[in-house]
Design a binder for this molecule. Structure first.
Ligand SMILES: NC(=O)C1=CN([C@@H]2O[C@H](COP(=O)(O)OP(=O)(O)OC[C@H]3O[C@@H](n4cnc5c(N)ncnc54)[C@H](OP(=O)(O)O)[C@@H]3O)[C@@H](O)[C@H]2O)C=CC1
Ligand SMILES: O=C1O[C@H](COP(=O)(O)O)[C@@H](O)[C@H](O)[C@H]1O
Length: 505
């Protein structure tokens, strides 16, 4: 196992991040799963963006690996057409586009089979054995351990080698631990980069800035002032071509175990001592461990699960989940809502509501912090509660609703007004895709944006009883029309506590 391969203790503030990074890196980056959806739609466009910004040197190698028997030329053509489709800058930047494609290589290989022909990959990597080497495993999680075994068998793990694991890490606690143990046999934890692309979003990282750089917020960030928290991530898309994967996962595994629990832990954690990977992840972990375990009673009362049926999205008729899947039956949820509790002094008695779904009315990811009402009312009108909304996407920004005197009304009437900041307008910049930051952080060896093994396992520990309860039908499956807000029982979950979901206006 190699030592000193990462920078787990490095403070975030000391490293360069973001599109303005000036350092130019040379590295060998092997993508296992190079013909897949993720590589074509996200990884190659992210690399191209950072290449044209001058952050990737011309002698870097991006080596695609998959079993398909393709020549380098054919693979580059596929990469070209993917970039034309998924990278806004590719078509307009011909010079950089051609130079970037020269960085791209391809090796046909079953990476989970140690007895396969590894020599072409070994040869490509042998040119610069000292430089940073990354294996990004973008295949099914069941192949992660065999792939790590094979990489190790072929002696390809150097002191500066890292492995990136895509989510989901397993399908439950035991399989997650098996992956962590299996990959951990060859790679030190400092070499393992578990991706959660929500953490790569600038607006998710900004939760830290809002909370810990603004004392005005941090002073009221607790159960004394906050009535409840909503974390929503809804999409208008259905499962598309990912049906076979999605049907074995469902919304709980696909979105909550990773993305929503990561957002929750950033919203709820105590201030870390420093912005280092260790300090930040220690604090997130404490929150994941403080989540009140779900039992059959709370699963029945505090969870909602549902599947979309045919409906209208953006004015177009769309199929239901079963038609998308091409199946007669499925017990997989495409929507869920959960009431969670965090057992800490800061959060005692504050419900955290999580909601996610496919084929919903809007694409929107946001955190809503609703503050407690005035203890004594002096106005005729009951003021609306103050709400701080952290808009993760789209229309990235932050808003705070305040009650104000209505200048047009007779008498002293209250009206809601919004202090609203659009980050795009304010900073006058595009919001980079989350994979850009994440890929460059792996190259730097900065783990602050990645998930530690104990975080993954703690998330599964909380999720698993819900999966089990649902498998026993403790909370029956419902349906909702595509393009809707989900089932009415998701509203009841909040109504029982005297709250409502904040909807897009
Ligand atoms: N797509 C997405 O938006 C997201 C995906 N992920 C995760 O990323 C991973 C990849 O997803 P996605 O790209 O959608 O999957 P795809 O099914 O589209 O692609 C899988 C890729 O793996 C290759 N592959 C399969 N087996 C092997 C093997 N033994 N050796 C080498 N290559 C192999 C396939 O090519 P070939 O058949 O030629 O070998 C193909 O290139 C999954 O774990 C997924 O959960 C996570 C977040 C989002
Ligand atoms: O990881 C995943 O995330 C996407 C949603 O990501 P977003 O950045 O568009 O919010 C989701 O569509 C996919 O099912 C899931 O695997």
């Amino acid at each position: 196992m190699a030592e000193n391969a990462g920078k787990a203790g490095t403070a975030w503030a000391e490293t360069d991040t973001g599109p303005n990074e000036s350092h130019q890196a040379s590295f060998d980056f092997v993508i296992v799963g190079a013909t897949g959806d993720l590589t074509m739609r996200k990884l190659l466009p992210a690399f191209f963006e950072r290449f044209r910004m001058g952050q990737i040197a011309d002698d870097t190698k991006i080596i695609g690996v998959a079993r398909s028997d393709l020549s380098v030329e054919v693979y580059r053509e596929r990469a070209r057409s993917a970039l034309s489709e998924f990278s806004a800058s590719f078509a307009s930047d011909n010079k950089d586009a051609e130079k970037f494609l020269e960085l791209v290589h391809y090796v046909s290989l079953d990476a989970s089979d140690t007895s396969a022909e590894w020599r072409p990959l070994e040869t490509l990597l042998s040119v610069n054995p000292q430089r940073v080497r990354v294996f990004y495993v973008a295949t099914a999680p069941k192949l992660y351990v065999a792939t790590a075994d094979a990489i190790a068998d072929h002696g390809l793990i150097t002191a500066t080698t890292r492995i990136v694991l895509e989510k989901p890490i397993g399908t439950d606690f035991v399989s997650a631990r098996a992956i962590n143990d299996g990959v951990g046999r060859h790679f030190a934890e400092e070499q393992i980069f578990r991706i959660d692309h929500y953490i790569g979003k600038q607006t998710v990282q900004n939760i830290l800035a809002l909370r810990f750089a603004n004392p005005i917020l941090e002073r009221v960030w607790n159960a004394d002032s906050i009535a409840h928290v909503q974390i929503t991530a809804t999409e208008t898309v259905g499962v598309g071509k990912r049906g076979p994967y999605y049907d074995t996962a469902g919304a709980l595994r696909d979105m909550v175990q990773n993305h929503l629990l990561q957002v929750l832990s950033l919203v709820a954690m105590e201030p870390p001592t420093a912005l280092s990977a260790m300090d930040l992840r220690d604090e997130k972990l404490k929150i994941l461990r403080a989540l009140k375990p779900m039992d059959k009673v709370s699963i029945a009362s505090d969870t909602v699960r549902a599947q979309y049926v045919a409906g209208m999205v953006d004015g177009k008729r769309v199929d239901g989940y079963l038609e998308d899947l091409g199946s007669d039956a499925s017990n997989t949820e495409t929507f869920l809502a959960i009431r969670a509790e965090i057992r800490t002094t800061r959060w005692a008695g504050v419900p955290f509501y999580l909601r996610t779904g496919k084929r919903m009315a809007h694409k929107e990811s946001e955190v809503v912090i609703e503050f407690r009402p005035q203890p004594w009312a002096i106005f005729k009108d009951t003021p609306e509660p103050n709400r701080l909304v952290l808009r993760i996407q789209p229309d990235e920004g932050v808003s705070l609703s305040l009650s104000s005197k209505d200048p047009l009304a007779e008498g002293f009437r209250l009206r809601d007004v919004n202090l609203d900041v659009s980050y795009i307008k304010t900073f006058g910049t595009r919001y980079p895709d989350s994979y850009e930051d994440l890929l460059m952080a792996v190259v730097r060896g900065d783990q602050v944006l990645f998930i530690r093994r104990d975080e993954v396992q703690a998330s599964w520990r909380w999720i698993e009883p819900v999966l089990d309860g649902w498998a026993e039908n403790v909370r029956p499956m419902e349906t909702y029309p595509a393009g809707s807000r989900g089932p009415a029982s998701a509203d009841e979950l909040l109504r029982d506590d005297g709250f409502v979901w904040k909807e897009k206006t």
